[in-house]
Design a protein around this ligand. Structure first.
Ligand SMILES: Nc1nc2c(ncn2[C@@H]2O[C@H](COP(=O)(O)OP(=O)(O)OP(=O)(O)O)[C@@H](O)[C@H]2O)c(=O)[nH]1
Length: 460
């Protein structure tokens, strides 16, 4: 065995210069040579292998955390753009939450955790087991004490996460309402003050008036508690939301049913597409995902990973390519492959708003050439932490892309969910799902009653 070569390989990247350590083989005694060989064995472990100077995870993290400014892309050459798109998918996968609980522990498909391998190899090299002393009653070995199982933190139900997300809205509101009604009979002044509070919580003038109207007809001139107001508020909000809480209807005669997903960047389009794809493919439908956000390399990358993880087909193009062209190709391919559902991602930010709107209009127009009814669903994602701005976003995207339904995301964060009530009252667009986390299962059908109770701070 060429000892010099082995030493070179196993000492790569270490502080000591390789030359210093090299001793010609013939100058060693057999014992020294054997000792040296033995010493080199443990270095074959993963952690001593050279590390690539560029960390792809860090690169993608940087982009997903907001991405480079629009102008940054102008300076990329085509080749650079392509290489960004072709980056190893594993790099981003580490960032994404696991698809199935416990999937990483699956040994049935030939994957064995590294820790198990290490434990096995250590067990094999042990000289002989040392007999544990038997301790008297009342004593315990340190290992026994340390090995006490940790109780895992219970995973919150989606409703608990929704309530936690809406806690800011609800506790602020209920706190102020309680303060308003302490030792006061319901009169015109308290009703007016209540109306102001409700409007400030993004519920909208119409809903605020509904609530004060209902309260007035039930309790005018009588004592009112914060609890009374919360109950009436939940009932009135539920009345506004119930007509818009609808399931997303798929017409599978279309083959594919085309869903175009639009919305401002960062509102959760790509993640929501992944969650939808998981639900659809999980129920046996053939799904194709198209990366129509050709503006951001990480978005293409992210969608490809979701496609792989959900067993969906994927179609993408290079960064900066015509998104409408991609949508057209995707529709043709999905037809040829007899996909049930085609979901098309779009960019949320281009250099300017006019350009973004022109691109969306073109995508809709081009899809209509292949099927006058396509896109069959236009979904808009709304970030629940944005408040009043979401109202304008619906206005704009509805006009340009003909939004037919909404999904509100990030309701698990510090959400300002009141705005969904305002949007429902004004636009009356269906709300299909709500996002309550970043995981694949964190997409729940929208339930008017649950949502209304969570805003009013009532327990389920
Ligand atoms: N907490 C929480 N985070 C979410 C939810 N939905 C999406 N996110 C996160 O929001 C961030 C933005 O989501 P994306 O899916 O990349 O948003 P996008 O609209 O596709 O963004 P662009 O590609 O920039 O247009 C990511 O970090 C997601 O993990 C949700 O329901 N809850």
């Amino acid at each position: 065995m060429a000892l010099g070569f082995i030493k070179k390989v196993f000492t790569f990247g270490k502080d000591k210069p390789v030359e210093e350590q090299q001793v010609p083989e013939e100058h060693l005694t057999p014992t020294e040579a054997a000792a040296l060989e033995a010493e080199s064995e443990p270095h074959s472990r993963e952690e001593d292998l050279p590390v690539s100077p560029v960390d792809p995870v860090a690169t993608v993290e940087m982009e997903t955390a907001g991405g480079p400014a629009a102008d940054d892309f102008a300076e990329l050459s085509d080749r650079e753009m392509e290489s960004e798109v072709e980056a190893e998918p594993e790099a981003v996968e580490e960032d994404l939450p696991p698809i199935l609980p416990g999937a990483e522990e699956n040994t049935e498909i030939g994957l064995v955790p590294l820790s198990l391998l290490k434990a096995e190899s250590e067990a094999g090299t042990e000289a002989s087991p040392v007999a544990e002393p038997v301790l008297p009653k009342g004593f315990a070995t340190r290992a026994e004490v340390v090995a006490e199982p940790e109780v895992p933190a219970p995973r919150l139900s989606w409703y608990q996460r929704l309530r936690a997300g809406l806690a800011r809205t609800s506790s602020q509101l209920t706190g102020q309402i309680s303060a308003l009604f302490t030792k006061r009979k319901l009169d015109d002044q308290t009703l007016e003050d209540l109306e102001d509070l409700l409007i400030q919580s993004d519920l909208g003038v119409e809903t605020a008036m509904r609530i004060t109207g209902a309260l007035s007809s039930e309790r005018y001139g009588k004592d009112v508690t914060g609890e009374d107001v919360s109950r009436i508020m939940a009932a009135e909000i539920s009345k506004v939301l119930t007509p818009v809480a609808k399931p997303l209807q798929l017409d599978l005669n279309h083959k594919p049913h085309v869903i175009l997903v639009v919305g401002v960047n960062g509102t959760g389009k790509t993640t929501t597409i992944g969650k939808l794809a998981a639900k659809l493919s999980g129920s046996g439908l053939k799904v194709m995902l198209a990366a129509g956000d050709t503006f951001r390399a990480a978005a293409i990358e992210q969608l490809k990973i979701w496609a792989d993880r959900t067993g969906s087909e994927f179609i993408g193009t290079k960064l900066g390519a015509d998104a409408a062209g991609l949508a057209y190709d995707a529709f043709e391919q999905a037809r040829a492959k007899k996909s049930d559902v085609l979901i098309i991602d779009t960019a949320g930010r281009l250099q300017n708003k006019a350009e973004l709107m022109a691109e969306l209009e073109k995508i809709v127009r081009v899809l209509g050439k292949l099927d006058p009814d396509a896109p069959h669903t236009v979904l808009q994602t709304l970030d629940a932490t944005t408040g009043q701005n979401a109202l304008q976003q619906v206005e704009i995207f509805r006009n340009v892309a003909g939004v037919s339904g909404l999904i509100m995301t990030k309701l698990d964060g510090t959400a300002r969910g009141g705005i969904l009530v305002g949007i429902a009252a004004k636009h009356k667009l269906p709300v299909y799902f709500i996002g309550v986390g970043e995981g694949v299962d964190d997409l729940e059908p929208f339930e008017a009653d649950d949502f209304a109770k969570a805003i009013a701070g009532l327990t389920h």
